[in-house]
Design a protein around this ligand. Structure first.
Ligand code: HPA
Length: 272
């Protein structure tokens, strides 16, 4: 808790912005923050309590800026379980965003697709999740204002999903819908694991997003999730997976994703 208070003080020395919404940028999607106007960037290394980011392609910065006349906090460089952080630390960026005033959270990620017909570059709105990492940022003491046992019957806000789909239709962008499955990583999956994940109802698999969504729901925030399918999951295609391929597809969808995000931010209502 002390860390959170110190973190807020550091941020407030740079900006007094209260974000209307917060956007967490996934692998290869960090450049989306370039769309911000009047940006103030703070390296996460300067923020007390912020878990150090160690992944190539995940520059650790908080960027505060305007997008479509709304105040947006871009989180560039998320933190993952596979980096060795305790599960609780994965909720820190979201707790900070909430403490700064954000009540809405957009989570983006790169994910493996579980449908052979989903080409790399397919975009998927997350309708629900499966937690196969069996970890939670909520384990431990109950956070201030958080319930001990949060309800997860609508983690990803149905009204916001409907709005996001409408925005996509208006900009001629095809969005799939599906269930995102969180694994601890850091290895990609075995073909047997992927066969199992398909049978239990997953549409995409990745190593992020769920912990932030859990933290946000506990804080009463509205959450929207979008996966970029960067590759077919293990066993569904001939060549081995690698991180460069994931990053490259992330860059290829950048323009489409930026256009959709701008329109989404413009259409998203401001909360009282
Ligand atoms: N598996 C897990 N995480 C991923 C993948 C994948 O195939 N692609 C991008 N992130």
């Amino acid at each position: 808790m002390d860390d959170l208070i110190r973190a807020i003080a550091v941020v407030r020395a740079h900006t007094d912005m209260e974000p209307d919404l917060t956007l967490v940028l996934g692998s290869g999607l960090g450049a989306l923050a370039d769309a911000a106007e009047d940006a103030v960037a703070i390296p996460t290394t300067e923020i007390p309590g912020y878990p150090p980011s160690t992944v190539v392609g995940h520059a650790g910065r908080l960027v505060f800026g305007q997008l479509e006349e709304k105040s947006v906090l871009f989180i560039q460089g998320r933190v993952h379980l596979y980096e060795g952080h305790p599960a609780r630390a994965l909720g820190f960026p979201v707790r900070l965003a909430h403490a700064l005033g954000a009540r809405r959270l957009v989570l983006t990620n790169a994910a493996g697709g579980l449908h052979p017909e989903w080409a790399p570059g397919t975009l998927m709105l997350i309708t629900d999740h499966l937690n196969l990492a069996f970890a939670s940022p909520l384990a431990g003491p109950v956070g201030e204002g958080e319930p001990r046992f949060p309800d997860l019957s609508a983690v990803f806000d149905p009204a916001w999903i409907a709005l996001a789909e409408q925005v996509a239709v208006n900009s001629n962008l095809i969005l799939r819908r599906g269930v995102y499955l969180w694994t601890a990583g850091p290895s990609y999956e075995t073909p047997a694991e992927i066969a199992f994940f398909r049978r239990i109802g997953a549409d995409a698999v990745g190593m992020s997003t769920v912990p932030e969504a859990l933290q946000a729901v506990a804080l009463g925030m509205k959450v929207l999730g979008l996966s970029t399918i960067t590759n077919l999951a293990a066993g569904l295609h001939a060549t081995p997976l690698n991180h460069e391929e994931v990053m490259e597809v992330g860059r290829q969808v950048h323009d489409n994703l930026t256009a959709w995000l701008r329109a989404l931010v413009a259409a998203t209502p401001l909360d009282a």
